[in-house]
Write a protein that binds this ligand. Structure first.
Ligand code: NAG
Length: 532
């Protein structure tokens, strides 16, 4: 037979190859995987000139809904990237119109996404139309993202979408990414680009670790010296109020909450430059060393300052959460300081310095709850406190048996955000995306009620070795592995092997959308990243 293989045979092989190549790009093209997803091989062609987004008549949100009107524009270009109209101009046929119709139950176009906002949506694609219904505009945004990922191109560049039915909702309500803008300054543009990519993976919280030891780039209205003296540069390496507003509004348009963190009492070296008497002077053998430790918890002026700062933060950041930090407090400086020791005696704390830390954090929690904010703290605050009465949300970050900690926090009746397995800045095999995928946040012994307290997880990209040059490749597509864990059904997404081609496909989509996501293995994308 082989000897007889002729031109026809080669042609057939070529045809088969073309078909296989084509189908490679349509492997269940949605990441993270929807909860229920039925698709068929019936496909409909889409053409940019005859494609429209529209509102259903019964929809509470109508034209003039800023969030959706802007999303329609964005998704049109994502669906039909940079003017690639396929070869449709070569045809003389009349184009069949295709309408993507949206219906939303609540008119929440002017509000902000909230901790309990529904992101549920239903999407059904049939001949000539896609119908997307959601309870909120935030759910509609998730559905638009899914719809955009269902569209694919064949080998001659024509656009298609298959007949599909999807019912979808997230497994966890909190799906965050932490960026650290203190160890390195991140230009606003890099933050906005990250928000774009977050929306592609359906992340919904941007945890802004805005200040820390190395620099204080947040330009405060009340305390301009904090950035004036504490930023890397007081004019160029700061976030002005207008920058912060544009980050918040850009995030809102993508259904993303902005959770600011003003970490204290540790991690505050930069604060001390612009606010005298805030930090604790460290001593040795009764004499001041000239160095400073954590925030001074013994002075009333500290709490007056914090009350003003958090009052400002509460008005600048609309989210109902605020992160108070509370991690890695260096207790040795506190214990070296005679006036802190005297304060400890007065308060009856003896030499129990974690008690002093608890005292401090409780004061801050009271300040923020008076401002109607829910405070989030790092796990040490929970570990150090005997009674957890004032705490609400604890972020678990330490390596080791993190599920043990998740269990302890949930047993205490507090909400948990899990970050430990998703420290993407840590050195380690960067190609090993699967370790971010095979994380099971609920795999601990506990009641249903305790498991419901695990509100989600967070990818942390600390900034020691990250700035705008490597931010995107370090995050993507590995953060997308965490995104699927936090959005999708655990049982349907338990296989690394089945996820791999889908994630590769999704990574190619990120490249197509201008996100320089790292390669996962040997291979190619039909549209390679073109550089800037
Ligand atoms: C979409 O339809 C095409 C051809 O009609 C088929 O090859 C492909 O597998 C389908 N994709 C999905 C996800 O069902």
């Amino acid at each position: 037979m082989n000897g007889m293989c002729s031109v026809t045979c080669t042609m057939n092989n070529l045809l088969l190859w073309v078909i296989l190549q084509g189908s490679l790009h349509t492997v269940e093209g949605v990441w993270p995987l929807p909860q229920t997803f039925t698709t068929s091989t019936v496909r409909y062609q889409l053409k940019p000139q005859s494609f429209h987004f529209g509102y259903r008549r019964e929809s509470a949100a109508q034209r003039g809904c800023s969030v959706l009107d802007a999303a329609f524009k964005r998704y049109f270009t994502l669906i039909f990237p940079n003017g690639t109209a396929g070869n449709s101009k070569l045809h003389f046929s009349v184009d069949e119109p295709f309408t993507a119709e949206i219906s939303v139950d609540h008119h929440d176009c002017e509000g902000y996404p909230k901790e309990d906002s529904s992101e549920r949506y239903n999407l059904s694609v049939s001949a000539g139309r896609a119908f997307l219904s959601a309870e909120t505009v935030w759910g509609a945004l998730r559905g638009l993202e899914t719809f955009s990922q269902l569209v694919y191109q064949d080998n001659v560049g024509s656009f298609f979408v298959n007949k599909t039915d999807i019912e979808d909702f997230p497994q966890f309500q909190y799906r965050g990414i932490l960026l650290d803008t203190s160890r390195h300054y991140l230009p606003v543009q890099a933050i906005l680009k990250t928000l774009d990519a977050m929306a592609y993976s359906k992340f919904n919280v941007f945890h802004w670790h805005i200040v820390d030891d190395p620099s204080f780039p947040y330009q405060s209205r009340t305390f301009p010296d904090l950035s004036g003296k504490g930023a890397f540069h007081p004019m160029t390496h700061i976030y002005r109020q207008s920058d912060v507003r544009s980050v918040i509004s850009y995030a809102r348009m993508r259904g993303i909450r902005v959770l600011p963190e003003f970490d204290s009492p540790g991690h505050t070296q930069s604060w001390g430059k612009g606010q005298s008497d805030l930090l604790t002077p460290c001593f040795r053998r009764g004499a001041p060393l000239g160095t400073f430790g954590p925030v001074n918890p013994a002075l009333p002026s500290t709490y007056q300052f914090m009350a003003s700062l958090f009052k400002e933060a509460a008005s600048v950041f609309p989210d109902s959460y605020v992160h108070l930090g509370g991690d890695e407090v260096d207790l040795s400086c506190w214990s070296s300081n005679p006036s802190i020791r005297a304060f400890m005696q007065k308060m009856g704390f003896g030499v129990d310095f974690p008690k002093l830390e608890t005292f401090y954090i409780e004061k801050l929690v009271n300040i923020t709850s008076a401002l109607n904010k829910t405070s989030v703290v790092w796990q040490e605050v929970f570990d150090n406190s005997v009674q957890h009465g004032s705490l609400s949300v604890v972020e678990v970050w330490k390596q080791g048996c993190y599920l043990c900690e998740v269990r302890r926090v949930a047993k205490a009746g507090l909400r948990v955000i899990l970050a430990s397995p998703w420290y993407l800045d840590l050195p380690g095999p960067t190609h090993n995306w699967a370790r971010y995928y095979t994380v099971w946040p609920l795999a601990f012994k506990g009641t249903e009620e305790q498991k419901r307290l695990v509100i989600g997880g967070e990818v942390c990209l600390w900034g020691e070795y990250v700035d705008a040059t490597n931010l995107a490749p370090r995050l993507w597509p590995r953060a997308s592995a965490a995104a699927e864990r936090l959005w999708s059904d655990e049982k349907q997404t338990s296989s690394v092997d089945r996820a791999f081609p889908r994630l590769q496909d999704f990574r190619c989509r990120l490249l197509r959308r201008g996100i320089p996501a790292e390669p996962l293995d040997v291979g190619h994308c039909r549209h390679e990243y073109q550089g800037v």
